[in-house]
Each structure stands twice: as structure tokens, then as C-alpha cells.
Design a protein around this ligand. Structure first.
Ligand SMILES: Cc1ncc(COP(=O)(O)O)c(C=O)c1O
Length: 353
């Protein structure tokens, strides 16, 4: 720490992103990226576009927002784009939490970092023992509520109608639904954005749209909320999405068929893997995401992580209270899942021989 750091930031605990090793070193199942390339429409749209990098990108992201609005049946003014959903969520924590923020004890780890960064009053609400969210615990809270749905790293999904009902009860309180993983078998709250002025839905193109490296995401909500977020964006970085990413995002948004194709393959691989590793004695939550959250009664979480790593398979181990036995495994291609299953089988054989 230098002597120039603002003392208010002395105790800030930054987010630790998943490891990004050199290409080819591991079967990489640790940060929930897609195993598939971006849509062929994205590859085509980017051809010959490098020379346009001379110019700044469109600060209004008109083409990208138009494609997203068209794809989800929204008005373009109900959409704001971000450099990944991390940026949009940071704006929301900064600007739309006048009474603080509330979220689950086990959820996307970045929420508590932003809450701390912006000095927010924070309520952390424990999940039930089975890792489900009890919405009743949130009814009386005045803080802005954040739900990752499906939740991360559990993959467990809430019903969108239950979230909408909670929003309807208290129109004075904002609910933010982070739907990073919704395309892998959960139901979206997007359908309620028109009728509920206190609902913001955040999507990313990093997972189901196969564009983690492009950093493209959007939030959808009431026009005034989107205008508020744009006030922050234009006070921070109006050119927040690069030219190439805007082009890639617009093409990806237009290709719903490819999204469905890739998501279906990932859902099938998830279910197959779940079945095969259950047979090895692993237990897991009911994941509707592109990852499995698993434990084994005879193995410690850190042990599963390190033994897989020794065998060239990289998964995510968080540690910490209530989840020290678990690892999160991203769902990859069939080939990657076969390698994972073989490695887990070998680990079990060695441990329980
Ligand atoms: C629940 C959740 N929300 C948001 C993000 C951020 O995604 P990105 O910034 O790539 O859009 C992640 C990333 O893993 C996530 O798990």
C-alpha cells in the first residue's frame, strides 16, 4: 500500500477473479465461459472491421442496444449496455442503493466488494440450509435487493413470478435481478420490466452468448432507471464498449438460434455429467446454470480442487463458511466433461481403494 492511498480504501477487500491460465495448459472449467466459439454471425460481422478502430465507438451503443431491444421486445430506451455486467452492477451499487444493499450470504462474491467500495449499509441474508433463498426474509427490508438468478455459485433458481410479486408489494424499493446464467434453464424476469418500475434485470453476453472476452452486457428496466445509469456512465466513461465489442454484441444478439443451440448442448452436458458423477458419490445442488456445485462426503473441497488440478482440470474452489466442502465446475464441451469425469473417477479410485 502506498502512502498516497485514500485511507478510506485501506480495508477494501478486492474481488479475486478466477485464474486465467495460459491457453492449453488446463481443461478450463473455472470461470463459466462457453466452450463454444461466438456465433458465426459474430465472426462474419467482425471481418475487416479492425481499421475502424481509428475512431471512438458510438457512446450511445445504438446498433447494439437496438439489436438487444429487438431480441427481447423492449424499447431501446429501456436498455443500457455495459463493459460486462460487472460494470453495470458497479453503477447500480454506486447510484441506486440510497438505503444500502441486501443480498444472500452465498452469492456472487463481487456484491460485497461493491457494497464496501461505495460504503453502503449492507444486509447479508443467509440462504436456507439447502442453499435456497427464502424471499420472506427480504419482505421488510428497505435496501436495494440483489438476486443472482440462478444464484451463483449454487445454480439454484427462483421463480420470476415470486420475484415480481416481491417487487409489486413495495414499489418504493428497487430489485435487481442478475440473470447472468438464466439461459441455461431458468426463467427470466424480463417479462416484468414493462409493468414494474422498480425492477432492473441485468444480462451478460459472457456466458450463453459466448463473448466473455468481448465484455458485453446490458441492463433492462424502466426508462428513468436507465437514464439514471446513463448519468453515471457518462460521468465515468462514455466510451465504455469498444467498437469491435459493439459489433460482436449486435451480431450475437441477433442470433437467437445459435444461443438456443449452444445452451441446449450445455444443458444436456450438465445433466449427463451430473448423472455420471452422482454415481461416483458426488452430491450437488439443483443447478439451472452452466456449472455444477458439488461435494463428496469422503473428500474435502480443497482436495477435489487440487487433485483435479494435478490431473490438468481447473475448477473453482471458493472455501469459506458453509461452502468449504464444495467446488464449482463449469460445464464445458462433451470432450471436456469426459475428461472431468475420468479425472474424478481416478481420484475416487485412489482415495477409496
Ligand atoms: C452472477 C454473476 N453476475 C455477473 C457476472 C459478471 O459477468 P460479466 O462481467 O462477464 O458480464 C458473473 C461472472 O461470473 C456472475 O457469476
Amino acid at each position: 500500500m502506498s502512502r498516497f492511498l485514500d485511507p478510506r480504501l485501506n480495508n477494501l477487500m478486492p474481488y479475486t477473479p478466477g485464474e486465467q491460465p495460459q491457453a492449453g495448459k488446463f481443461i478450463k472449467l473455472n470461470t463459466n465461459e462457453s466452450p463454444y466459439p461466438p456465433s458465426p454471425m459474430v465472426i462474419e460481422a467482425l471481418k475487416g472491421k479492425a481499421q475502424t478502430l481509428r475512431l471512438y465507438p458510438d457512446p450511445e451503443c445504438r446498433e447494439l442496444r437496438g439489436a438487444i431491444a429487438g431480441s427481447y421486445g423492449l424499447d431501446i430506451n429501456q436498455v443500457i449496455c455495459g463493459n460486462g455486467s460487472d460494470e453495470l452492477l458497479a453503477f447500480i451499487f454506486q447510484a441506486l442503493c440510497p438505503k444500502g444493499a441486501a443480498f444472500a450470504d452465498i452469492t456472487y462474491g463481487f456484491y460485497k466488494v461493491w457494497a464496501q467500495l461505495y460504503g453502503l449499509n449492507t444486509k447479508v441474508i443467509p440462504l436456507r440450509n439447502d442453499f435456497t433463498i427464502c424471499l420472506d426474509d427480504y419482505r421488510a427490508l428497505d435496501e436495494t435487493l440483489f438476486f443472482a438468478n440462478p444464484n451463483a455459485p449454487t445454480g439454484i433458481a427462483l421463480g420470476p413470478r415470486d420475484i415480481a410479486a416481491l417487487a409489486q408489494e413495495r414499489p418504493d424499493r428497487l430489485i435487481v435481478v442478475d440473470e447472468a446464467y438464466v439461459d441455461f434453464g431458468a426463467e427470466s424476469c424480463m417479462q416484468f420490466v414493462d409493468e414494474l418500475e422498480n425492477l432492473l434485470v441485468v444480462h451478460t453476453f459472457s456466458k450463453s452468448r459466448n463473448l466473455a472476452g468481448g465484455r458485453v452486457a446490458f441492463a433492462a428496466g424502466n426508462r428513468e432507471l436507465i437514464a439514471d445509469l446513463n448519468r453515471i456512465r457518462f460521468s465515468f466513461n462514455p466510451y465504455n464498449i469498444s467498437r469491435l465489442s459493439q459489433i460482436a454484441g449486435a451480431a450475437a444478439a441477433a442470433d437467437r438460434q445459435y444461443l438456443t443451440q449452444c445452451s441446449s448442448k450445455i444443458i444436456a452436458a450438465r445433466e449427463r455429467t451430473a448423472g455420471e458423477i452422482r454415481a461416483l458419490g458426488f452430491e450437488m445442488t439443483d443447478s439451472r446454470a452452466n456449472f455444477l456445485f458439488v461435494r463428496h462426503p469422503g473428500l474435502k473441497g480443497a482436495e477435489i480442487y487440487s487433485k483435479l488440478r494435478e490431473r490438468g482440470v481447473l475448477v473453482r474452489y471458493f472455501g469459506g463458511e458453509r461452502i468449504e466442502d464444495y467446488v464449482r465446475i463449469s460445464v464445458g464441451s462433451d470432450y471436456e466433461m469426459d475428461a472431468l469425469i475420468d479425472a474424478l473417477r481416478a481420484i475416487c479410485r485412489e482415495k477409496f481403494k
